[in-house]
Design a protein around this ligand. Sequence first.
Ligand code: DGL
Length: 264
Amino acid sequence: MDNRSIGMFDSGVGGLTVLKEVKKELPQENIIYLGDTKRFPYGSKSKESIIQLTQKGMDFLISQDVKAIVIACGTATSQALEEMQKRYRIPIMGIIDSTVQYIKKKENLRKVGVIATAGTIRSNGWEKKLKKEIPEIEVKSKACPLLAPMAEEGWISNEVAKLTIKEYLKDMKNVDALILGCTHYPLFEPLIKEELGDTVEIIHTGKLVSKQLKEMLLEQKEEGESFSANTQIYLTDRETNFIQVASRMLENTEIEKQIKEIQI
Ligand code: DGL
């Protein structure tokens, strides 16, 4: 048993869609979440910049004595995870592997769509891992650069969001499953479901990451047993819509008390 916190990292509010699933799956775990809101968006940055920024995030979380880290960011997972796993001894996981293993077990999912930031799609991170594990799979990828900034604005259900989702998904109607390859995208899940109907399985990476995390902690006998588990959120810039969006997402009107600004 280990009551140290789990570290979670994203460029903004998106990673909270993973945090929400981790709290459901592991309610007795303390969590420290870092949102690099000062440098959002990551999706349009170079791989070199993503590696540098992700390393700063890892260094901060490790300075808080976390026992493991979830990179709750598709852009950082696809471009910096392997480098972080080489540089640090602490267990670090991203959002791609658990989804690839899930699809591998589902023989009815062999034509999948992936929507993600421009950086993630450019890295080909999803397609490379999917084809390595499932050679026969057909992957259709689409960069959706407007969605994460819209989510940060809280524009997740208005007319702009509806039209943007319709435009981005117009070629995704005949896939077996659609992977939400950016952690901001589950915020649009109702609109995506409406657009694609019931024939397309929508894959929320956070649900699968939380199960992978639970398995890892149990295997290493590092699960926490905090009966008053705490969530501490650090932002590199408080002056954003983060508080409003997070309060709605986590259904917590007191969230502001759990947020501190840091300089890294
Ligand atoms: N939420 C992040 C992701 O999953 C990044 C969005 C961004 O910063 O562009 O890719």
